[in-house]
Ligand binder design. Structure first.
Ligand code: FAD
Ligand code: UDP
Length: 370
C-alpha cells in the first residue's frame, strides 16, 4: 500500500509529490485522468520544432523568491518578458492599457492632457483597476475611463465570462489594471520566464523519483472504491469529489482552435487580444516564447465557453460571491473529511496562476510535515 495518493499531475500535484518523496521518503501514487502530466500547463514540441502550449499560452511569473528558487531546480529559464497587445480601433496597443496606449489612440493634445491628469490624480507608476478609474470625478478622466471600460474590458469580459466586469469579483479585471506608466510588460514581477525545455519536462523532472508512480488515463471516480491510502491529496474539482451533493460549482471553459500557417510569423506579438472584434478573445503565437525558428508558425484562437460536464474541461473558477459561498460550504465538508487535502485551481476553487499553485502546494506540504 502506497501511503499517499495524489489526484492530478498538474503543477499542484507534482510539487506535492516531489516534496513528499524527497523530504518524507514516503511512497506516492499520482494519477491523472488525462493522457499526460502537466495539467493545463502541458506543452509539446511539434513537427516544426515549436513548443506549443496545448491549453493556451502560459508564462511563468512571480514575486515569490521561494517559489522561483524551488521551480528553478527543475529547469533553466528562457528570459522571456511577456507583452500583450490589444486590437483597439484598428491599432495594436499595449495591454495593460498604459500611457503608451493613450498616445497610440488619441491625438497628441488630448493624449497629453489625459496623461497629465492621470499622473496628477493617481501618481506615476501606479496601477488603477478599471472599476476604480470609473468614478474619479474628473470629466476628462471619466471620458478616458468610459473609453477603456468599453474598448478594453466590457466586450472581452462578456466573451470570456458571459457577464459584465462589475458582476465579477473586482479582482478578476483587477488582474489587468490600467497602468500609469510607460512599462509595456504584461507582468512586473521580479521573476519571469519560460522553461527552456518546456513545462512538461519540468513537471516530469519533479516526478522522476523511484518512490513516485505515475498512472495516466486514470479517473479517481473510477478507482476510489478500490484503493486504500493513508492520505489523499486532491487537485481535481472539489464539488466532484463530494458527488455534487451541494450543487455544481460553475466554471468557464475554452475551445482552442490551433492553426498552422506556412510563413515565419502570423502576428506581431506572442499574444494579441481582440476585445471588440470576432468571437474569440485572443490569439497566441507559440514560437515567440522560446524564440523557436521555423518557416512555419502555429497559433491558437481562444473561444470562451460555458463549462458543461462531460463536454469540455474546467479552466477557470468563476470568482463571484454566490459561487464562493457554495465553495465555502464544500470547504466545511472538506474539513470534516479526515486525511483528504484539497489544493490547486480546482481543489481550492481559486483563480491561481502557476506560482500561486506552487506556493499553495509548498505551504500545504509544510503543514502536513509536522
Ligand atoms: P491543473 O493544471 O488543472 O491540474 C489538475 C489536474 O487534475 C489535471 O491534469 C486534471 O486532468 C486532473 N484531474 C482532475 N480531476 C481528476 C480526476 N477525477 N481523476 C484524475 N485526475 C483528475 N498561469 C500562469 O502563471 N501564467 C499564465 O500565463 C497562465 N496562463 C493560463 C492560460 C489559460 C488558458 C489557463 C486555463 C490557465 C492559465 N494559467 C496561467 C493558470 C495555470 O494553468 C494554473 O495555475 C495551473 O495549471 C494550476 O495547476 P493545478 O495543478 O492546480 O491545476
Ligand atoms: N481583461 C479584459 N480585456 C483584456 C484583458 C483582460 O477585459 O484585454 C479582463 C477579462 O475579464 C479577463 C481578466 O481581465 O478575464 C483577466 O485577464 P488575464 O489576462 O489575467 O486572464 P487569463 O490570462 O487568466 O485568461
Amino acid at each position: 500500500m502506497a501511503k499517499n495518493l495524489i489526484v492530478g499531475a498538474g503543477f499542484s500535484g507534482a510539487v506535492l509529490a516531489n516534496k513528499i518523496v524527497t523530504e518524507l521518503n514516503e511512497e506516492v501514487l499520482i494519477i491523472d485522468v488525462k493522457p499526460h502530466v502537466g495539467g493545463n500547463c502541458y506543452d509539446y514540441w511539434d513537427k516544426n520544432g515549436i513548443c506549443v502550449h496545448k491549453y493556451g499560452t502560459h508564462i511563468f511569473h512571480t514575486n515569490l523568491k521561494n517559489v522561483w528558487d524551488y521551480v528553478s531546480q527543475f529547469t533553466k529559464w528562457y528570459p522571456y518578458r511577456h507583452h500583450v497587445k490589444g486590437y483597439i480601433d484598428g491599432q495594436e496597443v499595449p495591454i495593460p492599457f498604459n500611457i503608451n496606449s493613450i498616445h497610440k489612440i488619441f491625438p497628441k493634445s488630448i493624449a497629453d492632457k489625459l496623461e497629465q491628469k492621470l499622473i496628477e490624480k493617481f501618481g506615476f507608476n501606479v496601477k488603477v483597476p478599471i472599476l476604480k478609474l470609473r468614478g474619479s470625478g474628473d470629466k476628462d478622466l471619466e471620458f478616458l475611463a468610459d473609453y477603456v471600460y468599453d474598448k478594453v474590458f466590457l466586450h472581452y469580459t462578456l466573451k470570456q465570462w458571459g457577464m459584465k466586469p462589475e458582476d465579477l469579483d473586482p479582482a478578476v479585471t483587477g488582474r489587468v489594471p490600467v497602468y500609469i506608466s510607460k512599462d509595456d510588460r504584461y507582468f512586473q514581477d521580479t521573476y519571469q520566464g519560460i522553461p527552456m525545455e518546456g513545462y512538461t519536462k519540468l513537471i516530469e523532472k519533479m516526478l522522476a523519483h523511484p518512490k513516485i508512480q505515475v498512472k495516466l488515463n486514470t479517473n479517481f471516480q473510477e478507482i476510489k472504491d478500490k484503493v486504500k491510502y493513508d492520505r489523499i491529496f486532491y487537485t481535481g474539482p472539489i464539488d466532484e469529489f463530494f458527488n455534487y451533493e451541494l450543487g455544481e460549482l460553475p466554471y468557464r471553459s475554452l475551445e482552442f482552435d490551433f492553426v498552422e500557417f506556412n510563413k515565419p510569423y502570423f502576428q506581431s506579438n506572442s499574444v494579441i487580444n481582440y476585445p471588440n472584434n470576432y468571437t474569440f478573445t485572443r490569439i497566441g503565437e507559440y514560437k515567440y516564447f522560446l524564440d523557436n525558428q521555423s518557416d512555419k508558425t502555429v497559433v491558437s484562437f481562444e473561444y470562451p465557453q460555458a463549462f458543461k460536464r462531460g463536454k469540455n474541461d474546467r479552466y477557470y473558477p468563476i470568482v463571484k460571491q454566490e459561487n464562493l459561498a457554495l465553495y465555502n460550504r464544500y470547504l466545511e465538508k472538506a474539513k470534516q473529511t479526515p486525511n483528504v487535502y484539497f489544493l490547486g485551481r480546482l481543489g481550492d476553487y481559486k483563480y491561481y496562476d502557476m506560482d500561486k499553485a506552487v506556493a499553495r502546494a509548498l505551504e500545504l506540504f509544510e503543514s502536513i510535515k509536522k
